[in-house]
Design a protein around this ligand. Structure first.
Ligand SMILES: Nc1ncnc2c1ncn2[C@@H]1O[C@H](COP(=O)(O)OP(=O)(O)OP(=O)(O)O)[C@@H](O)[C@H]1O
Ligand SMILES: [Mg+2]
Length: 271
């Protein structure tokens, strides 16, 4: 099951929230850093002590011999449980134009035949080389937003754009939802859901100390797992996984029809 995370504008905390969700995910999960502006996790959470070729090398391997069976070799463990893994993003954003997003999206939508979920950090909507194919293949597309008026406005526009077939993202864009970082500045969950017209599946509080562990590799300390951010991420992860799974079930084609999804520019043919 593939879930796309993206932002409308600014840096509301997509990468940090994606990491918090991945570390809290109720099933095996891969956090895929697909932001065309480049990956942040190796230098941030990984404190530059981890290394892997990640997306750039996966892309090269996929070009040489297809993507099947290649993903595993390009993943890193995010924690000691082995349940959360990372596909590190591009270290050179100039290479984003060469990534075959459609092929990658199709592979990420069915990792280990669906036994592993994928959270894809797609970065900012409208950015050059935005992985629109990933949005088309995703079971759920989550707009990460702050709660200020300008953040909610931008997120509302982003949701409209994700629904607009002319934007090249639809038809077939996964079901839409939102994740709020820093509620009450001044808007709350219900007001934001109403403004956006999509369900808010998670509300992550401002928690600078825990966020710095995730975004910049600050020392975790004993209480990191009990931090407000990680506690909220656990409940958001459960809600989001359930929401995407419920949608995924509805996408299952009837037995008589082909289950092979279209891989052409038309996107998925099963919606
Ligand atoms: N819940 C939070 N509480 C406090 N600070 C946060 C929270 N989430 C993220 N931040 C902080 O906000 C900043 C931006 O976070 P992050 O890099 O995750 O954003 P982004 O949306 O991925 O940005 P970019 O567009 O650069 O990829 C970081 O300094 C991070 O520590
Ligand atoms: Mg980011």
């Amino acid at each position: 099951m593939l879930i796309a995370l993206c932002s409308a504008k600014g840096a509301p905390g997509v990468t940090t929230s994606g990491l918090a969700l991945a570390l809290s995910w109720p099933r095996d999960v891969v956090l895929a850093e697909l932001d065309p502006a480049g990956g942040d996790v190796l230098a941030g959470y990984g404190r530059a002590q981890l290394s892997a070729g990640g997306l750039a090398e996966l892309e090269l391997a996929a070009r040489r011999g297809g993507i099947d069976g290649q993903l595993d070799a390009h993943l890193l463990h995010l924690d000691t449980t082995g349940r959360a893994r990372l596909l590190p993003g591009l270290s050179d954003p100039a290479t984003a134009r060469h990534v075959g997003w459609e092929r990658l999206a199709a592979a990420l939508a069915s990792v280990e035949d669906g036994a592993v979920d994928v959270l894809a950090d797609c970065g900012r909507l409208r950015a050059e080389h935005f992985p629109a194919a990933v949005v088309r293949w995703a079971a759920a597309v989550v707009v990460v937003t702050g709660s200020t008026l300008r953040a909610v406005r931008a997120a509302t526009q982003a949701v409209a754009e994700l629904r607009d077939e002319g934007a090249g993202l639809a038809p077939g864009a996964g079901v839409l939802a939102a994740l709020v970082v820093g509620p009450g500045e001044p808007y709350g969950e219900r007001e934001i859901a109403e403004a956006l017209g999509v369900p808010v599946l998670g509300v992550l509080p401002r928690d600078a100390r825990a966020a710095a562990v995730l975004s910049d590799g600050a020392p975790a300390g004993r209480l990191f797992g009990q931090s407000a951010l990680l506690r909220a991420a656990r409940s958001a992860a459960v809600r989001l996984a359930e929401f995407a799974a419920a949608h995924e079930v509805r996408l299952t084609p009837p037995p008589s029809t082909s289950s092979a999804p279209a891989t052409s520019a038309g996107g998925r043919g099963d919606r």
